[in-house]
Design a protein around this ligand. Structure first.
Ligand code: AMP
Length: 250
């Protein structure tokens, strides 16, 4: 069973994101980048399936500029067997990424695609769902547990009211939530070994995919600074402030 894991290169989660002074985008100059945390969880899950003898091959795929090779090398160091870079310097929106991943899946025929539930840069939470729709495959989003069976996978999902378990026919698309697993750290020997693992490069044109953006951004702005808290004397004071200052109750 082959597992494909899409891996996005994003701003490291420890970095305080800054908006460019003209509001045209996020300032990426000299910013530390890393593998999207939900994708590390996806790689970990795929590698655990391989270690359990369920998966036979784990293929990491990234779409973006040539530096995305770094993210793919990280995935290889964490245990993926090979990697595919779909190289493009254009802005890739979720629909374009989903189409590129579909084209890769058409060639690779994976049994399972494990995406992150969202990329922490654009927080779109769309690519996995779009990919499942384009491939006409069942989807199990926000997975906190996977149990592989014969031709099926049981996915426990984190939903508003608690947990929901769904059973999907394979092949299927899964997206990972935070509690699915705790990813391992890449060891130095594995980082060295990853340099020798195969990394293939292709392009949107070679895959026959039009990646032109369908959405345009009008403005980026930082969220307003949080105002300091206020102490209230008693419940009556709290209700008064909620009614007359914050105006959140009638
Ligand atoms: P998003 O829909 O942008 O929040 O992304 C959800 C998931 O789709 C990510 O966690 C990745 O698994 C995958 N993904 C999004 N963009 C890319 C990309 N450029 N390359 C590879 N995978 C991606």
């Amino acid at each position: 069973m082959k597992v494909i894991v899409p891996v996005k290169r994003v701003i490291d989660y420890n970095v305080k994101v800054r908006v460019k002074s003209d509001g045209s985008g996020v300032d990426l100059a000299n910013v530390k980048m890393a593998v999207n945390p939900f994708d590390e969880i996806a790689v970990e899950e795929a590698v655990r399936l391989k270690e359990a003898g369920i998966a036979t091959e784990v293929v990491a795929v990234s779409c973006g500029p040539s530096v995305c090779q770094e993210s793919l090398r990280t995935a290889l160091a964490l245990g993926a067997d090979r990697a595919i870079l779909v190289e493009s310097d254009s802005e890739l929106q979720p629909l374009a990424v989903a189409k590129l991943l579909k084209a890769v899946c058409d060639k690779e025929q994976p049994t399972l695609v494990i995406c992150g539930k969202q990329a922490i840069d654009d927080d779109a939470n769309q690519t996995g769902q779009m990919l499942a729709a384009l491939m006409n495959r069942p989807q199990g989003t926000f997975a906190s547990k996977l149990v592989l069976g014969d031709g099926k996978v049981q996915v426990t999902r984190e939903v508003d009211g608690g947990l929901e378990t769904v059973e999907l026919m394979l092949p299927a698309v899964i997206t990972t939530d935070l509690r699915l697993n705790e990813p391992r750290y890449a060891t130095l020997p594995n980082i060295m070994k990853a340099k020798k693992k195969p990394l293939e490069t292709t392009t949107p044109a070679a895959l026959g995919v039009d990646v032109a953006p369908r959405l345009s951004h009008s403005r980026f702005a930082e969220p307003p600074k949080r105002a300091g808290g206020k102490k209230v004397a008693d419940v009556a004071d709290l209700v008064d402030k909620l009614r007359n200052e914050a105006k959140v109750i009638a």
